[in-house]
Design a protein around this ligand. Structure first.
Ligand SMILES: Nc1ncnc2c1ncn2[C@@H]1O[C@H](COP(=O)(O)OP(=O)(O)OP(=O)(O)O)[C@@H](O)[C@H]1O
Ligand SMILES: [Mg+2]
Length: 470
């Protein structure tokens, strides 16, 4: 029940309006009733006093019932109320109503009793006889503190309640009109409010169904507009990630297929042709080489997925020691290829708090590339310095260099300038991508400067301050 925001909003508005109208109406009616009754009472009292002053004179002069009734009738006409005069024994000595009046009867009523004791008696009650609400006031008639009798006035409250009834009907009508108007307006308003939410829901549903190309109009600057904007950003990111994932899977499959096809061809040849042991050995060597390449590829892929795990294994180590470990392995390899190796390592290098294995992985790949892509007779230079709270490492070579158009793609996964040549050398094209991911995880940067045919320099910067977890 009440599942839609639109319905809930409309009902809330309507309840609000009805509540406000009912409360305001009740307060207003109550105030008006008090006001009308007070002014009616004041009117009766004022007339009663006037009549009492006049009656005091007449009664002292011994005026008879006809005379007193005549005066009472005059007052009665002025204020539209019944006027009765009683003497000090509560006997009616004058009545504005002649026919069927109370003349001669005893008016034993609390208001009259009160008036005979010098107070003004008041009451408002429902008269079953005339079937209406009446207000009664009794004013004492006195002369020099001596009670002579009382003037009793009784007025119908019909006009008051009729007026209040008319106001009540008007209020009910206004409430109905307000509810209809507010209902209509709130339906329009809530439609505008919930329209973008509906669009968002539909777009999210379409995304869940696999259609990632979603962009909804975010026209308003309010919370819903901001939500729509964020949704569009999220949708674009999801789409981009999906495209990257698809490309990655395609690249991986492609990379796996090449060595697997070679292995398959070698195995088929071994199976189908009669060969001498020498030839068989060659084929087996090829299979071994391709299998090795597959192992490297899978290891690199695992490194890519585990990079966060690797980067999280932090420990404090001396950078100088790690660089020495790396060079101990790499320098002999370079020299074996006929390359000269120069180093320029500052001895004030700081200790770092990151994974030494991850750092070695980066350095090995940069140095491995430098050796791989520099023909014998060339030279390499490895330098490391520390300044401005940053460690800067550079790997320079005099190798084949990298063409300018290839530079922006160098750190992309599976990118190789010369695919065939690089594959021949056993490269998967993942090395630099892994380096970049690791370095950036530690808040560092990796860059390259290269000129085709002259050589390349790779720069690595690792911040000491402000690095995550430092
Ligand atoms: N020092 C360099 N000199 C010339 N070209 C380079 C150098 N370093 C990298 N490259 C180019 O960049 C490409 C990408 O390098 P990367 O290290 O990512 O892959 P790879 O060395 O081919 O394979 P892997 O590192 O996975 O074994 C290389 O194939 C090569 O074309
Ligand atoms: Mg490499």
């Amino acid at each position: 029940m009440l599942k839609s925001i639109r319905l809930r909003l409309t009902i809330t508005y309507l309840l609000l309006i009805v509540t406000v109208m009912v409360v305001t109406g009740l307060v207003l009616l109550n105030m008006l009733e008090q006001y009308y009754l007070a002014s009616e009472e004041e009117n009766l009292e004022r007339t009663g006093r006037l009549a009492a002053d006049l009656m005091a004179g007449y009664m002292q002069d011994g005026a008879d019932a006809v005379m007193l009734s005549g005066v009472a009738e005059n007052f009665s006409r002025q204020i539209n109320a019944r006027v009765v005069i009683v003497n000090r024994h509560m006997l009616v000595v004058g009545d504005s109503v002649h026919l069927g009046g109370l003349l001669g009867t005893k008016m034993d009523r609390p208001e009259v009793e009160g008036a005979l004791q010098g107070e003004i008696g008041r009451s408002t009650q429902y008269s079953h006889l005339s079937e209406q609400w009446v207000m009664q006031v009794a004013v004492p008639i006195a002369e020099g503190g001596d009670p002579l009798g009382a003037v009793f006035l009784s007025a119908s409250l019909n006009t008051v309640y009729e007026t209040l009834g008319a106001i009540f009907r008007f209020l009910v009508l206004s409430t109905v009109v307000a509810v209809l108007l507010a209902g209509g307006l709130s339906i329009i308003f809530s439609h505008h409010l919930t329209k973008p939410i509906k669009e968002l829901t539909q777009a999210a549903r379409r995304m869940a169904e696999g259609n990632l190309d979603q962009n909804i109009p975010a026209t308003s600057g309010d919370e819903i507009g901001q939500l729509a904007q964020q949704f569009n950003i999220m949708a674009a990111k999801v789409k981009e990630m999906n495209q990257r994932l698809t490309r990655f899977v395609a690249d991986v499959s492609h990379e796996l297929r090449t060595p697997l096809t070679s292995i398959h061809v070698c195995l088929q040849s071994l199976q189908n042709y009669d060969m001498g042991p020498e030839e068989q050995k060659e084929f087996l060597q090829d299979i071994n080489q391709e299998t090795q390449r597959l192992i490297y590829l899978v290891e690199d892929l695992l490194d890519l997925t585990r990079r966060q795990e690797v980067a999280d294994k932090r420990e404090l180590f001396s950078l100088n020691e790690v660089l020495n470990d790396v060079l101990e392995v790499v320098v002999p390899r370079a020299e074996r290829k006929g390359l000269s190796f120069f180093t320029d390592i500052a001895d004030n290098l700081p200790s770092l708090n990151l994974s030494p294995e991850a750092l070695k992985r980066v350095l090995f790949n940069l140095l491995d590339n430098a050796i791989k892509f520099t023909p014998s007779g060339g030279w390499l230079k490895f330098s490391a310095k520390y300044s401005n709270n940053e460690v800067c490492i550079a790997v320079q070579d005099t190798g084949c260099g990298i063409p300018e158009e290839a530079l922006p793609h160098l750190f992309e996964r599976f990118y190789r300038v010369d695919k065939a040549r690089s594959r021949e050398m056993g490269g998967t094209g993942l090395g630099l991508a892994i380096c970049k991911e690791i370095v950036e995880l530690y808040g560092g940067k990796i860059a390259v400067e290269s000129r085709e045919g002259e050589g390349s320099t790779f720069y690595l910067t690792l911040p000491l301050e402000g690095r995550p977890g430092a």
